[in-house]
Design a protein around this ligand. Structure first.
Ligand SMILES: [Zn+2]
Length: 296
């Protein structure tokens, strides 16, 4: 299934979750379940934003964006990270307040059941989304899936805390469980934000992909051919590499271009989604861009 279809499903599930949790609040009058329902409003916003960004990222290059729109996905990752961090802060604050002023719990059996049901729905969806995100290298889809998973953890923490309170009679366990969950999802939100910043900052490809590029170049090794100045970066699902290919100055342009074509094809076969730009240079000449004095 395509990332776009998964995100549409995510919008639908967010609406269903909202209905389930609102019903849970309606039947129990519990304030914690009401805040849970409001949190699914955040899910809806996250899924809609991710969908918009995935659609934008898929737009072909145009005059104003000649390199394409792949980076749009990072806005989505940053936005979801921010939403998750906000939820973690709100949850932590509520938990601390509960710790200071413990309150007796109402009968929550139906509310808990509805909460578990919506968590199961979200968990199943997130599992499928994470697999598709890996397959399509979609950071927006991955971010939305991680967002859903933090929700599952939140609900699991709430349910576990309430069950423990029921068993032990210790009211503070409810708040302690919520605090632990807040720390956990806060960490997830931070990781998503960091991944988005890395993407916008043109972070190099992961070491395993750089290894593969070096391995592929090694296949073309020859005493008269030299590859150097390899730079890599990632933009959404696209991967980029820039490098030099040095060869004897006496080669014809046709011979050099033929070799470059084979290298490009081998690189694209080794690293999916790679766009390689290979500069052709004589053995004893370096590009002026790489001079230290030209560095900004
Ligand atoms: Zn060079």
């Amino acid at each position: 299934m395509q990332p776009r279809s998964y995100l549409k499903l995510s919008v639908a599930v967010a609406l269903a979750t909202m209905a389930l949790k609102t019903a849970a609040w309606w039947t129990t009058g519990s304030i914690s379940l009401l805040s849970d329902a409001l949190e699914s409003l955040v899910n809806l916003a996250g899924a809609l934003f991710a969908l918009a960004m995935v659609i934008l990222a898929a737009q072909p290059p145009d005059e104003e964006h000649p390199y394409g729109h792949h980076k749009a996905e990072y806005f989505s990752g940053g936005f979801e990270g921010l939403l998750i961090l906000g939820a973690a802060l709100a949850m932590g604050a509520a938990a601390v307040q509960r710790l200071l002023q413990p309150q007796p719990l109402e009968d929550l059996s139906l509310g808990l059941l509805l909460s578990v049901l919506s968590s199961a729905l979200n968990g199943a969806l997130a599992w499928g989304m994470l697999r598709a995100a890996r397959e399509h290298h979609s950071i927006a889809l991955e971010a939305d899936a991680r967002h859903l998973i933090t929700d599952v953890w939140t609900s699991a923490g709430v349910v576990a805390g309430l069950l423990l309170v029921h068993l032990t009679g210790w009211l503070w366990l409810d708040a302690a469980a919520a605090l632990l969950m807040a720390l956990h999802i806060g960490r997830e939100g931070f990781k998503l934000m960091r991944a988005a910043v890395d993407g916008l900052m043109d972070r190099a490809l992961e070491p395993e992909w750089v290894e593969r590029i070096h391995g592929t170049l090694a296949e073309f090794a020859h005493p008269t051919i030299r590859f150097d100045h390899l730079h890599t970066r990632r933009a959404g699902s696209r991967r980029y590499a820039d490098l030099h290919m040095h060869m004897p100055a006496g080669w014809t342009l046709g011979r050099a271009a033929a070799l470059r074509g084979s290298v490009e094809q081998a690189l694209m076969a080794a690293v999916p989604g790679l766009r390689a730009t290979i500069q052709l240079l004589p053995s004893d000449v370096e590009a002026h861009f790489d001079d230290k004095k030209d560095a900004l």
